[in-house]
Every structure is written in C-alpha cells, then in structure tokens.
Design a protein. Structure first.
Length: 128
C-alpha cells in the first residue's frame, strides 16, 4: 500500500495554478474549473468561481470517463493547502487528465478580490 510518502520521506505535491493565472484563463475553451466542495461548504459559501462546475470528489471518481482529456482541469476546494482536493488531482493525473489544484482554494480566490458568481438555488416545493 502506498501511503503518499516517497522513499526520501517527501510527500509528493500535486501541481497547482495560482489565482492570477486562472483569472487570465477564465473563459478559455481548454480550461475546466471543477468546484469540489462538499454539500456543507457549498451551502455555507454561496459563491463560486465564474463558470465552475460543481462536482464532489465522489462524483469525479464515478464520472471520470466523462471528463475531457484534452483540457486543463482546475480543481477548487475549501482548504488553503489543497488537502481536500490533492487526492482527486492525483487520481485524475493517474488517469491521463491534465489536472491541477487551485493554490489557496476558494479562500485565496475570494480574498484576492477575483470575481465570483452566486449559486442558483433549486426552487423549493412546499408539500400540501
């Protein structure tokens, strides 16, 4: 079993993209931003990066075959150290996808003053 530690005792680091670079590439046809926050964080922070698609880690694992293999996939999580999305990034890269973690996650994006969009809520249906 591989525990994530190399023979030299170093933890492998997945590639990252900084907010400035992602901002300049937003809207490019070859960039796909996936917001990987869980349901609790999605509800707590009602904003996301413009154009980002919401996919949890389990949805990415389940629907991996549907993700493009010719685009840069940027994973956005909640934690500043990317701990919540590193494993997802590793799996995508092992399956031939060009995936990177957003350095600093959503926190860095928001505190950096980059644009955000509000989530659209599904209409609630009252039971009668």
């Amino acid at each position: 079993m591989f525990d994530g530690v190399s023979r030299l005792g170093e933890v492998p680091v997945e590639p990252t993209i900084i907010c400035d670079e992602l901002f300049m590439r937003l809207g490019d046809e070859d960039v796909l931003v996936l917001d990987c926050r869980d349901a609790m964080d999605w509800e707590r922070f009602e904003i996301h990066i413009p154009g980002a698609l919401r996919m949890t880690a389990s949805e990415i694992a389940r629907d991996l075959a549907m993700l493009p293999d010719d685009e840069l996939i940027v994973l956005c999580g909640t934690t500043q150290d990317c701990a919540d999305i590193r494993r997802v990034c590793r799996v995508l890269r092992l399956r031939g996808r060009n995936a990177v973690c957003l350095a600093g996650g959503l926190h860095a994006w928001v505190t950096g003053g980059y644009p955000t969009e509000r989530h659209t809520r599904a209409p609630s249906h009252a039971h009668r």
